[in-house]
Design a protein around this ligand. Structure first.
Ligand code: NDP
Length: 317
């Protein structure tokens, strides 16, 4: 028979949100089980330099930061499981989660911190130059391109905000969009068009990110015109792909309210979902800030919200 584990609190996901929730919940005596998912540590494990996580005067490495958070959660008393949940039954408490190996987890409360994945263009040169000039987060990596020519790909709010953000570091920012109109809100578009250091290239897709040097780094981007197919080249040492994110919410679709983009909806100012006892934190419920430090902050909130819920229902002891 498949093994069943029961806990007062189950936390799904092991990025900064899930592990911060685990640290707080463990210190509150809830002995949480953390199910780490397919990519333990989350998006930061695929990042290199991290310079904006408070508390570290020197640049640290993303995988190292996540390893520290994992150890800290374990030291506090959280139980980390390298497992992946493929189906859930959230119709009643305890909530029932089933892993890909058929193992069952029962939780009186649940914190969902399954995160989101940046969408990539899916071309070979992008994979090759990721972390070497090609990035999916200007707020994280823009600083490394001070005084350099940079480009942003996309036409939504994220792309426009990233282009505007990059003007803090660069006076030559190009926005590359595949159509002749942006999807971003008008107020952002107005700011973008008014900025003297940003120019927009319309009807262009990325044909190739061009690398050079040893170690290799991005030096240019080849663009294909969507109208006449011609190829042109722009110089850029930073290329920021900002074509959207996919929150990992597929298994919750039948149980929780998701917004039009698939993010879990929470009561404003809290981490409470529409189902009592289920809380969401980090990138799975935040499509605006998406930072390790904001994810950690909402992870802390989720643990406090869960603790209060369990206490109110006589389930905390
Ligand atoms: P969006 O889905 O809104 O925009 C994605 C953009 O990328 C679109 O312009 C799209 O082009 C383009 N794109 C998609 N795939 C490709 C591709 N393969 N090649 C080239 N271009 C491509 O994503 P965002 O991340 O911008 O925003 C997601 C959600 O988060 C939205 O609801 C947004 O409003 C919200 N958000 C809000 C913010 C705020 O309020 N401050 C900040 C950031 C996000 P096309 O237009 O042709 O489809």
């Amino acid at each position: 028979m498949a093994e069943t584990r029961r806990a007062k609190l189950i936390i799904l996901g092991s990025g900064p949100a899930g592990l911060s929730a685990a640290i707080y919940a463990a210190r509150a005596g809830l002995a949480p089980i953390v199910i780490q998912g397919v990519e333990p540590g989350g998006q930061l494990t695929t990042t290199t330099d991290v310079e904006n996580y408070p508390g570290f005067a020197e640049i640290i490495q993303g995988p190292w930061l996540m390893e520290q958070m994992q150890k800290q959660a374990e030291h506090c008393g959280a139980e980390l499981h390298w497992d992946s949940i493929t189906s859930v039954d959230l119709s009643e408490r305890p909530f029932r989660l089933t892993s890909d190996g058929g193992k069952e987890y029962l939780g009186d409360a649940l914190v969902i911190a399954t995160g989101a994945q940046a969408r990539w263009l899916g071309i070979d040169s992008e994979t090759l130059l990721r972390g070497k000039g090609v990035s999916a987060c200007a707020t994280c990596d823009g600083f490394f391109f001070r005084g350099k020519k940079v480009a942003v790909i996309g036409g939504g709010n994220t792309a426009v905000e990233e282009a505007l953000y990059l003007t803090n570091h660069s006076d030559d920012v190009t926005l590359i969009h595949r159509r002749d109109a942006l999807r971003a809100e008008k107020i952002l578009q107005d700011r973008l068009f008014a900025h003297p250091n940003i120019h927009v290239l319309w009807n262009k897709t990325v044909d190739k990110f061009v690398g050079e040097g040893d170690p290799e780094g991005l030096v240019a981007i080849d663009l294909k015109d969507t109208q006449d197919g011609t190829i042109s080249r722009i110089e850029a040492e930073g290329g920021f792909v900002a074509i959207g994110h996919d929150p990992a919410t597929g298994i919750f679709r039948d149980w929780l309210t998701l917004d039009a983009d698939g993010y879990i909806e929470v009561e404003p100012g809290t981490t409470r979902t529409g189902v009592p006892g289920i809380f969401a934190c980090g990138d799975v419920m935040d499509k605006i800030y998406r930072q390790a430090v904001t994810a950690a902050g909402t992870g802390c909130m989720a643990a406090l919200d869960a603790e209060k819920f369990l206490a109110e229902h006589g389930l905390a002891e």
